[in-house]
Design a binder for this molecule. Structure first.
Ligand code: GCO
Ligand code: MG
Length: 415
């Protein structure tokens, strides 16, 4: 490298640490500190991987943090490449969540140094707000529709509908507490039962009733949570066509991206996938083949803002829009980062918004706010989210697993 160029002032990383807290559910947060005295600053990154929290905490503490000290926090791309290429072992949810946490914290620091909300550094706002969808669910179709009406009254213009399946004691997406859905419910994994033949006929009935009750001036969504085979998903997509879904999510598992080619041949119902993906390589074929309409990767699980921008740019070439994952297990730090990203990219589609409890909001004071079906990240410098460390310390880590799922004959299947 030539040393003839004058050097920009560095923002030296002086310390970094991981904060694990459980204000009702577990969150892992990375705090990176820069400078000293009056010039000191810090940034935050979400590192929460539901049910596997401590593995990311260890990856950061034991393997990443020692390599960060002394680096220039301004060099976001170089640090990203250093952590990705430099690990030799690439990709995977633990690695990519840890890299994402560093990336988020560095963008937070850079935007604070610039004195701007992060979206300004990402190119500025392309829209006035970030449209979000909420979750209406109930044991019965009637209960689910009543919930959807409640969401309409709160101002939501897009709503995900999940109802209980007759003959199954529990199912994904139907929660005891209507406003704060929390699937990680056991110190050991709870075992659920699944029957595709019971589920499949129940979904068109739900959406037929929903259109009759709610009309057409609202976007409706549904999440299958990876439970069908490609041909079953194709059939469901076709059966749902009369109800014009905004998207049908995770209808199949996507390790084999070619699954979606089969579904796509049979239905015009828009398809969304990707909340469990962690790199651009997981969605490359889906995007280039125009096999999906919405890519669900989000900041915390897909390598941070730096990598998610790359995914969105690829998707934009193929008319695929973003639909970032936004469940409660993604902390307010991730939600803030996603909002700055969503506000600044051309091909934003829709953002999921599952509200956090007041306990969680108190641990993570934030500038983003909801009005009329939209979220806005606010205009504080950086991400606009903080962590109240003394309060966080009052909620120690509590092991919690996502459920597992078995067919009625006892075989393991996808949850
Ligand atoms: C969604 C998701 C979540 C996941 C959860 C797992 O679409 O919101 O499917 O509800 O199940 O994030 O940790
Ligand atoms: Mg989902």
């Amino acid at each position: 490298m030539s040393d003839t160029q004058p050097k920009a002032a560095a923002l030296t990383i002086t310390a970094a640490r991981v904060i694990v807290t459980c204000p009702g559910r577990n969150f892992v947060t990375l705090k990176i500190e820069t400078g000293t005295g009056a010039g000191a600053s810090y940034g935050l990154g979400d590192a929460t991987l539901n049910g596997r929290e401590l593995s990311v905490a260890s990856y950061l503490t034991d393997h990443i943090i020692p390599t960060l000290i002394g680096r220039d926090a301004h060099q976001i791309e170089d640090i990203w490449q250093y952590l990705y290429r430099g690990a030799y072992w690439r990709r995977g949810p633990v690695t990519m969540t840890a890299i994402a946490a560093v990336d988020m914290a560095l963008w937070d620091i850079k935007a604070k140094a610039a004195g701007m909300p992060l979206y300004q550094l990402l190119g500025g706002a392309c829209r006035t707000g970030v449209r979000v969808y909420g979750h209406a669910n109930g044991e019965s179709i009637e209960e689910t529709i009543a919930e959807a009406q409640r969401y309409r009254q709160m101002g939501y213009t897009a709503i995900r509908l999940q109802a209980g399946v007759p003959g199954l004691p529990t199912t994904y997406g139907v929660s005891r507490d209507k406003m704060y859905y929390e699937p990680a419910d056991g110190a050991l994994p709870t075992e659920n039962r699944w029957s595709t033949s019971k589920y499949l006929p129940s979904v068109p009935k739900l959406f037929e009733a929903a259109r009759a009750a709610l009309g057409w001036d609202v976007d409706l969504l549904h999440d299958v949570h990876h439970r069908l085979t490609p041909i079953e998903a194709a059939r469901l997509g076709r059966d749902l066509e009369p109800y014009r879904l905004f998207w049908l999510e995770d209808s199949v598992a996507a390790e084999n991206q070619a699954n979606f080619r089969l579904i796509r041949q049979h239905t015009t119902t828009p398809l969304a996938v990707g909340e469990v993906f962690n790199s651009i390589w997981d969605c490359k074929d889906l995007i280039e083949g125009q096999l999906i309409d919405y890519i669900r990767t989000t900041v915390v699980h897909a390598g941070g803002i730096t990598h998610l921008r790359r995914i969105a740019s690829l998707a934009d070439l193929y008319a695929v829009k973003t639909g970032c994952h936004g469940a409660t297990d993604l902390s307010p730090v991730c939600m803030a980062a996603a909002l700055h990203f969503n506000l600044s990219i051309p091909n934003f589609g829709l953002q999921e918004y599952m509200r956090h409890t007041s306990e969680t909001d108190a641990v993570f004071p934030h500038a983003y706010s909801f009005a009329n079906g939209f979220l806005h990240p606010g205009n504080e410098p950086g991400l606009g989210v903080d962590i109240d460390e003394p309060l966080a310390a009052k909620y120690p880590y509590k092991r919690a697993y996502l459920p597992v799922n078995r067919l009625e004959d006892g075989s393991m299947t996808n949850w």
